[in-house]
Design a protein around this ligand. Structure first.
Ligand SMILES: Nc1ncnc2c1ncn2[C@@H]1O[C@H](COP(=O)(O)OP(=O)(O)OP(=O)(O)O)[C@@H](O)[C@H]1O
Ligand SMILES: O=C(O)c1ccc[n+]([C@@H]2O[C@H](COP(=O)([O-])O)[C@@H](O)[C@H]2O)c1
Length: 228
């Protein structure tokens, strides 16, 4: 039976922390493939469920870059790895993105595969707030990976995940990369480099599409390696 990893994320932008997590899980769980799935409408990042409702300052949410830009950056970042691919299932589905739909769609595309959903320690803590979370564990194995700044141990998680069915989640320590999309966006907005935090092609895509530049930014945006 084929073993397929599923790396879901908003990928705004995709960075080397995402790629190392996928690569490490692929190696440790002998996966045949890892499918990266950029979110369509990441409702928790946008301040809650709600179709076309705009993010508000009160909810602490922010606008997310267009799905096509996030999709293309994910394609660019994964292109050189023959075991990595990118799925459009979440960006082509209307409405809020729920992992339960992602996994149902991938199951019907790969009926004979076993799915392994990869998630960082931060996302894992909130999994019980996800839509139809009980069903998730019938559709896939869950692999929780370590992330700098977040605790990943069974005891700590038990506080958050007391109701989680047994044997549905495995935890994996991976090389620590203290990179977040938030930090990459903030760097790009203020003209600090994102080289080596994201793949080279993604640096160039951010510059070409002028992503993350605030209207008031007076900096030249993304700089070349070694540039001041
Ligand atoms: N540096 C990292 N190490 C391990 N896992 C990570 C890392 N960065 C993100 N992840 C995991 O990758 C998945 C997708 O993350 P996401 O696209 O939200 O990136 P992010 O860096 O957390 O973004 P943002 O800063 O905008 O919240 C989540 O499961 C998250 O926990
Ligand atoms: O199913 C849900 O309700 C749900 C709520 C929040 C996040 N997720 C998924 O978790 C993954 C990481 O999401 P994010 O927002 O941290 O990039 C991605 O695949 C999301 O679709 C899923």
């Amino acid at each position: 039976m084929r073993r397929i990893g599923v790396m879901g994320g908003t990928f705004d932008p995709i960075h080397n922390g995402h790629l190392v997590a996928a690569s490490e899980v692929a190696h440790r769980f002998r996966l045949d493939e890892v499918v990266f799935v950029p979110t369509g409408r990441p409702w928790q990042k946008l301040g809650g469920p709600g179709g076309d409702s705009a993010p508000t300052a009160e909810s602490g949410s922010r606008p997310v870059s267009p799905a096509e830009d996030r999709y293309l950056m994910t394609v660019i970042a994964t292109a050189s790895n023959p075991r990595f691919s990118v799925s459009r299932v979440d960006i082509d589905r209307a409405g809020d993105t729920y992992t339960v739909d992602t996994l149902r769609d991938l199951k019907s595309l790969h009926p004979n595969a076993e799915l392994y959903f990869i998630t960082g320690a931060d996302a894992l803590e909130s999994i019980l707030s996800w839509q139809n979370w009980e069903e998730l564990f019938e559709l896939a194995n869950f692999i929780g990976v370590s992330r700098p700044g977040y605790v990943l141990d069974a005891k700590h998680l038990a506080k958050h995940l007391t109701t989680l069915p047994e044997d549905t989640l495995q935890l994996l320590e991976i090389p620590a990369l203290a990179i977040s999309s938030t930090e990459c966006r903030s760097r790009a907005a203020s003209g600090r480099p994102v080289w080596y935090l994201v793949p080279d092609g993604v640096v160039q895509y951010i510059a070409k599409r002028r992503l993350y530049r605030t209207p008031r930014a007076s900096s030249p945006g993304v700089s070349a390696p070694g540039a001041p």
